[in-house]
Design a binder for this molecule. Structure first.
Ligand code: THU
Length: 139
């Protein structure tokens, strides 16, 4: 495979173990390999006001942006079980923002880091609205 996934998977597993998910008991970790070559991880952070909880992917993307990472090359998501923890609709859009219109690899692993699904951000969110659509509208 093009990218050595072990460091990414390990980072996602470590992030998953830090998740704050007392309401769903569904801890999730995500790790982004950014275009700058660095790995940025995030976990879900729930809230007693349930809708305010944030997803692992959102945390990883925020960490990337804070550090100056500009683009996603690959993202790994690790859930707590054997069922593939695919990104929610909102996170698909968040990933799309930094993954380009052609898409980047998205790898979903089980609780032990075994690969369950290898897809792309474009496959997860076809015909997505992204930065280019706004550029076009502004001429
Ligand atoms: N969650 C994520 O963090 N990422 C996903 O890909 C799917 C769902 C979180 C949100 C919530 O804290 C918990 O998992 C259950 O939905």
């Amino acid at each position: 495979m093009a990218t050595d996934l072990k460091p990414l998977i390990d980072a996602a597993l470590k992030a998953r173990d830090a998740a704050y998910a007392p309401y769903s008991n569904h801890p999730v970790g995500a790790a982004v390999l950014a275009a700058d070559g660095n790995i940025y991880a995030g976990c879900n952070v729930e809230n007693a006001a349930y809708p305010l909880g944030t997803c692992a992917e959102a945390g990883a993307i925020a960490a990337m942006v804070l550090a100056g990472g500009k683009a996603i090359k690959h993202i790994v998501v690790v859930g707590p079980g054997e069922v593939a923890c695919t990104p929610c609709g909102g996170c698909r859009q968040k990933i799309r923002e930094f993954a380009g219109s052609a898409g980047k690899p998205v790898t979903i692993c089980d609780k032990d880091g075994n690969i369950l699904l290898e897809t792309t951000s474009a496959e997860l969110l076809p015909h997505a609205f992204g930065p280019e659509n706004i550029d076009e509208a502004q001429g």
